[in-house]
Design a protein around this ligand. Sequence first.
Ligand SMILES: Nc1ncnc2c1ncn2[C@@H]1O[C@H](COP(=O)(O)OP(=O)(O)O)[C@@H](O)[C@H]1O
Ligand SMILES: [Mg+2]
Length: 432
Amino acid sequence: MAEITRRIGLSLGADICWPVCYEGLMKRLDLSIPWQGDRLRFEVERVSIEPFSLRQPCRYDLVIDRLTHWYHVSREWIKKAVLMDGLYVFNNPWAIQSMEKQTTYCAMMKLGLPVPDTWLIPPKSYEPRDDLQPTLQRYARLFDLGSIGRELGFPLFMKPYDGGAWVGVSKIDSEEQLQKAYDESGTKVMQLQKAVLPFDCFVRAVGLGPQVRIIRYDPDAPLHARYCADRDFLDAGEVSLIEDMTLTINSFFGWDFNSCEALRSDGVWHPIDFANACPDSQVTSLHFHFPWLVMANIRWSIFCAAVQRPMQRTHNWSPFYEIAEQGLNYRQRLAAYARLARRRLEADRFEEFCSRHLAHLDEVAWEFFGSEMARDAVYQKVCALFPEHEQDKFTEHFWELIQQWRKREEDKRVSRRDAEAQREGRGERSPE
Ligand SMILES: Nc1ncnc2c1ncn2[C@@H]1O[C@H](COP(=O)(O)OP(=O)(O)O)[C@@H](O)[C@H]1O
Ligand SMILES: [Mg+2]
């Protein structure tokens, strides 16, 4: 029986808290997984930035990447390693371009999801270049911005077609505001989107492989309190709908890791933003949900590295389009997309792997998120974001929310144990 090491690389930029927790938890887990007659061990390393020969081998089996959406040296290194060395990476670097909102809106409209009506408009101004004037003179049509606004109806949202992090997003209530916002939009290519207002619930669904966590989101709260800690705010039907939606979106573009924003209005869930190449992973925003994220990351990366899951290098959209054309009603169609997504993500095999080899993760994580090391990770992240006089207060605030998560996990464990004892008392077998 040989001991084989699988190497996991973390390709990082400004991230502070989750890598510390990921590494700390991996150390405590000290995995040694029996696999096809051998034992698998795991090493985690941070990927450095340096010159590389295109012919040099890659030392990693899997890379969790948080950098290549803007840092091109790492993006090209990762693309080389996928093409030449069989590397598995979250997320597929060729899918970064599809992370423009425009692309995802088109794809999801085509699959029949209720994306609000959206227009793309040419920019107000341009960077100078040789062919610009003849091109615009010949082909750019004068257009009536106000009539597009009227057709969509007010309020509407103006946002960059490839945007992120709320930059350049504005709510527009009238034709005058629309004209003003457009005049100020400069060289950015903008979209106008019908507002889903009023909405009565806003969620962010974080998908990591086949795992989805649905979090209520309050866009009007201060930044540190937008992710809400409450659970059980949706019924089972809505949970399954949003899970299906998220897995469909992610697997259509081959994303391992993404978050999908959806708004509920009149009982309909409208996806509005689901192209996040580098979804928020910071304890300072996720707080109560942060342990879930770190654990989900560990589960999916260990599974992919252990079984040597092949990277889905190209998109294959045809099976989704085939389902779209089958004449199913919306819910059946979404369920069929999600079945395809779960197959692509090997959801059953993943679950079996986790229950066989990572069953102790819950307990180890529960201990870890009460440790000094975890608290220090929170403190480091808070120090990077908050002014000195607020650092202790906010460290305590986020730490307290993590402790609430631990308390909740503990309560769940106790009620599971009680249910088990009751079943045994009645002489029943526990459910598989
Ligand atoms: N169609 C819409 N209806 C209602 N609110 C919207 C809509 N589009 C955007 N918003 C609001 O604006 C915020 C930022 O827009 P979003 O599309 O998420 O862009 P970003 O990629 O910058 O996060 C959203 O979180 C939401 O609060
Ligand atoms: Mg958003």
